[in-house]
Design a protein around this ligand. Structure first.
Ligand code: MN3
Length: 197
């Protein structure tokens, strides 16, 4: 198989109670896995060059099934890394200074990120991104992602219903608040920021 489901860095129960084990098993084991399987199907059908990187497939594909499945493989891997057990809190160092510079304060960043995540209509993603050295909060629909817009992703929150319904039912704001308070992996975001700058 050309593409593999990457291993999680933590147990499926490790993000409880913010994300239940059942929720993780469904999301990682069924949804993410299914995007990988479909992408490999396109390789077998000759619609995707197996020697291309995932990023190259995403950048070279127009909107459609190949793009959707490749981008969702990338988005989910990035989302798992955007969280960690006992995460949350505040970023440190260069990233913390850039957040203060570009959002005014960490609290303002949290408000903007929460608003983007909660108001994204239907399925999609909320992101902290950097473009030309400046931080911004964005949201994207369905499988769309920052690299298609010339931005580097630093952190993401999946706001598709499958990401939170098994744990929080329809309460997306509760999920987003808990994501920031308990799970956000600021070490990962800081590493992405240093690599992008
Ligand atoms: Mn998802």
């Amino acid at each position: 198989m050309a593409f593999q489901l990457p291993p999680l860095a933590y147990e499926t129960s490790a993000l409880e109670p913010t994300i239940s084990r059942e929720n993780m098993e469904l999301h990682y084991g069924k949804h993410h896995s299914s995007y990988v399987t479909k992408l490999n199907g396109f390789v077998e059908e000759g619609k995707v060059d197996k020697n291309k990187s995932l990023e190259a497939i995403i950048m070279d594909s127009p909107q459609g099934p190949v793009f959707n499945n490749a981008a969702q493989v990338w988005n989910h891997t990035f989302y798992w890394d955007s969280m960690k057990p006992a995460g949350g809190g505040k970023p440190q160092g260069e990233l913390a200074r850039a957040i203060d510079r570009d959002f005014g304060s960490f609290d303002n960043f949290k408000k903007e990120f929460t608003s983007a995540a909660v108001s994204q209509f239907g399925s999609g993603w909320a992101w902290l991104v950097v473009k030309d050295g400046k931080l911004a909060v964005t949201s994207t629909s369905n499988a769309d992602l920052p690299m298609k817009h010339g931005q580097n992703a630093l952190l993401t929150c999946d706001v598709w219903e499958h990401a939170y319904y098994p744990t929080h039912k329809n309460l997306r704001p509760k999920y987003v608040e808990a994501f920031l308070e308990n799970l956000a992996n600021w070490d990962f975001a800081a590493k992405n920021f240093s690599e992008a700058s």
